[in-house]
Unconditional design. Structure first.
Ligand SMILES: Nc1ncnc2c1ncn2[C@@H]1O[C@H](COP(=O)(O)OP(=O)(O)OP(=O)(O)O)[C@@H](O)[C@H]1O
Ligand SMILES: [Mg+2]
Length: 250
């Protein structure tokens, strides 16, 4: 469902992402970890077609981001670090607008919007203006716009950053539900970045850890924690002492 092949991104002299390879099957939920500045957001932006790679390529649901960019983007729901919400629009009209630009047909648009409102717990605020919502609710709107066209692939950049514990739990449940849906609904492939390791333990079955632009760990969560080792220990061991070196040099 997601294939990254030698993905690299260079900013001036700095190699922000350095030959990252991975392949995700349908229905996999992967925690994408790494210290600040490791290259997570840069990698996700390349996968979603927002940022051209310096080298390498990727494909989404079999569509290459270079050769079939429109198809590839249609198959992705993306929650960026700071979602580009329109503060003066109502929640419902914004979602309807996103559905339209994601090519949801006119006849299906209303239902798609209703569904994403429901799934993200936004029914009661559907007519509110986005700019007046709390941060947590704006984050939910960000998630709703990522899923409104029911893409097979979800790329979520720190989906629970800044939320209260209750909302974190709700968003986690929603993500888990998207990956293991009720009968008759399609399973989604999810890659999510986070600094909350408990979140990875709660919802992800696989972990990819990047450090200074390179993939350093890619394994099932069960394997990584098999000998009583915590993810925190793994994270520290794999990134220790070097995490901010690049940022300091920059
Ligand atoms: N537009 C840009 N121009 C120059 N350097 C950039 C740009 N965007 C990102 N970088 C650099 O690329 C590196 C990777 O950044 P990125 O945002 O991908 O990290 P991240 O893993 O998402 O970090 P965080 O956990 O803080 O969100 C950093 O050193 C960052 O300063
Ligand atoms: Mg980031």
């Amino acid at each position: 469902m997601i294939e990254a092949r030698q993905l690299s991104k260079r900013y001036g002299d700095m190699l922000a992402v350095d030959g990252v390879d991975f392949s995700l099957e349908r229905g996999e939920v992967v925690g994408f970890l790494g210290p600040n500045g490791a290259g997570k957001t840069t990698t996700m932006r390349m996968l979603t077609g927002f940022l051209p790679p310096s080298e390498g390529t990727a494909s989404i649901a079999g569509f290459d981001i270079f050769n079939d960019p429109i198809e590839a983007r249609r198959c992705v729901g993306y929650l960026p670090e700071s979602p580009p919400l329109y503060p003066e629009m109502s929640v419902k009209s914004y979602l309807s607008y996103v559905a339209k630009i994601k090519d949801v047909s006119r006849g299906e648009r209303r239902q798609a919007v209703e569904r994403s409102l429901e799934r993200c717990g936004l029914v009661d605020v559907r007519n509110r203006v986005i700019g007046t919502l709390s941060k947590g609710y704006r984050q939910r709107v960000g998630l709703a716009q990522a899923i409104v066209h029911e893409p097979p692939v979800l790329i979520l950049d720190e989906p629970t950053a800044g939320l209260d514990p209750l909302q974190i739990q709700e968003i986690r449940e929603l993500i888990a539900e998207l990956a293991a849906p009720a009968k008759g609904e399609t399973q989604q492939t999810v890659i999510l970045s986070t600094h909350i390791l408990a979140e990875v333990e709660a919802i992800c079955r696989r972990v990819i850890l990047i450090h200074q632009g390179c993939k350093v760990v890619d394994a099932p969560l069960s394997e990584l924690t098999a000998e009583g080792q915590s993810l925190e220990e793994l994270f520290v061991r794999e990134t220790m002492g070097r995490s901010s070196a690049r940022e300091e040099r920059a």
